[in-house]
Design a protein around this ligand. Structure first.
Ligand code: FHN
Length: 500
């Protein structure tokens, strides 16, 4: 009976998680028809210009690391896969149904007694991230199971109680900062096995008293993290979709303000809180709550306009889902280097950062596939860094061949789909004040033939520039064409309008 109940709970929990995936992430943002009064709305200007936020805008590529007790299990137990029994590998505590081991939650809650990652080396991870080209890392201090990877004073369920004992968060912060990689701390608000946590909004006096204790515990841990690790640049909040947290909008408003006052320049994403009307990520008038959109999780915007000019990052798993370590990658599609480079350039072409998730095992080793992908991504990013970092969206018709990025008068086209005729055609508005004046292959600076082509499509607002690729140019990866933008010379010929 218990297993069935847990299964029902899992189904509900999963629904709860998926139900917060609002339409705002799969289309243009709904514009508020009429303004409403919002008292607990945004606390920072939507486009901060301080150095920390400017750095955020230039990151391009980041690394996410999900590491914790779930990493010991690796999405299976005693040879039985949790696939289909748990919503994701880092959700394995909620494993239910016919495959779940007997008394599993209790087994899981005692796994911390085995947590002793003998191969953990934060400096090795940081070196790998540096070689991959990551400019920031988001590291799980505590996931939904509540196990803290730092020696928190506010909970017994932490690394201090494990055989490992040492402060993992400190090692990560020090190692990544030493490599010049900014550190953001992932923090799950919800805690499945905290007796004072509840999913529903507290109603009775007893529930309110209990949840207030939980809110204070959350505030204490966040202030503790800022005190312990002053070098961090931001928080990446998660687990904030339950009615209980949503009902605490005054508390969360004041907590965000306190965190920002304590740590000037702190960067907090839109997933932290909601306004008094329950509107999350954006207040009820459509203003972003936080410094950047934090809803692009395993999804990317199809159109630049959907972002309304907000900063954003997209976090991505290599397997279809599953952020914590999975021992077995067989039988599922895992993203290739080309897939991930496409997603990276998709994101940076729309002024976003792309954050790739790694799920190390319980001993501190990355999955061998993760090592391979990190190496290959790093090789490509190193060769094409100019087109990836510190670039912005180019106001051009999106190309079917790849992604545009721009930095002042340099225009880059990262080509993923090499045209069969060897001609890369770029559409430029006829009234553009800057047009391609020269073109070269970024990888070897070899000049490429570039000519304007007025195709004569009637009523066409664009003219075209054709870049011809060398006939012998072969590549098995995306390549970048770098163009210099100049004032237009030739005027487009005035052609007779089609008569029909
Ligand atoms: O429930 C979590 C999940 O385990 C994982 O941490 C992702 C990563 O951002 N966030 C939540 C699902 O949206």
């Amino acid at each position: 009976m218990k297993n069935i109940l847990r299964y029902v709970w899992l189904a509900m929990a999963t629904t709860a998680v998926t139900s917060h995936a609002d339409a705002q992430w799969t289309g243009p943002k709904k514009q508020a028809t009429e303004k409403v009064e919002v008292k607990y709305g945004t606390l920072t200007p939507p486009h901060r210009t301080d150095a920390d936020m400017q750095a955020f805008r230039s990151y391009g590529l980041g690394q996410f690391i999900h590491w914790g007790i779930y990493s010991i299990a690796g999405n299976e137990w005693n040879g039985v896969s949790a696939r289909g029994g748990a919503a994701a590998s880092e959700w394995i505590r909620s494993w239910g149904g016919p495959t779940a081991p007997k008394d599993w939650a209790n087994t899981y809650d005692n796994l911390y007694k085995q947590f002793n990652p003998k191969n953990f080396d934060a400096k090795r991870w940081a070196r790998q991230a540096k070689e991959m080209g990551a400019k920031y890392v988001i590291f799980t201090t505590k996931h939904h199971d509540g196990f803290a990877l730092w020696p928190t004073k506010y909970s017994d369920y932490s690394v201090s109680a494990s055989p490992y004992k040492k402060d993992i968060v400190k090692q990560i912060v020090d190692a990544y900062t030493a490599e010049g990689i900014d550190v953001y701390l992932y923090f799950s608000v919800l805690e499945w096995n905290n007796p004072n946590y509840m999913g529903k909004a507290p109603k009775t006096d007893e529930e309110k008293a209990r949840f207030d204790k939980f809110l204070q515990y959350t505030r204490n841990q966040l202030l503790e993290l800022l005190n312990n690790y002053p070098k961090i640049k931001g928080f990446w909040f998660d687990g904030t979709w339950d009615a209980s947290w949503k009902s605490a909008y005054e508390f969360t408003y004041n907590l965000e303000r306190e965190l920002r006052e304590k740590h000037p320049g702190l960067i907090i994403g839109s997933r932290f809180r909601n306004d008094e009307h329950g509107s999350r990520h954006f207040d009820s008038n459509g203003n972003i709550l936080g410094d950047y959109e934090q809803g692009w999780e395993r999804k990317l915007p199809a159109e630049f306009e959907w972002l309304n000019g907000n900063d954003w990052d997209a976090v991505m798993t290599i397997p279809p889902n599953g952020w914590g370590y999975m021992k077995d990658w067989s039988g599922i599609y895992t993203k290739t280097t080309d897939d991930l480079l496409d997603m990276l350039m998709h994101a940076v072409s729309m002024n976003g950062n792309f954050v790739l998730n790694f799920g190390p095992d319980g001993n501190g080793n990355m999955h061998p596939e993760e090592d391979k992908l990190a190496k290959e991504i790093g090789e490509w990013v190193k060769q094409n860094a100019e087109a990836v970092y510190g670039v912005r969206h180019a106001a051009l018709t999106p190309s079917k061949l790849g992604y545009f990025t721009q930095k002042e008068d340099s225009l880059y086209l990262t080509v993923f789909n090499k045209p069969v005729n060897g001609i890369v055609r770029i559409a430029v508005p006829k009234n553009a004040t800057q047009v391609p004046g020269s073109a070269a292959l970024l990888l070897n600076n070899k000049d490429l033939s570039l000519k304007q082509s007025d195709i004569g499509l009637d009523l066409d607002k664009n003219t075209y520039y054709d870049v011809t690729l060398p006939k012998d140019f072969q590549t098995n990866r995306a390549f970048v064409i770098k163009m210099k933008l100049v004032a237009p010379k030739a005027k487009s010929a005035k052609l007779m309008d089609a008569k029909m």
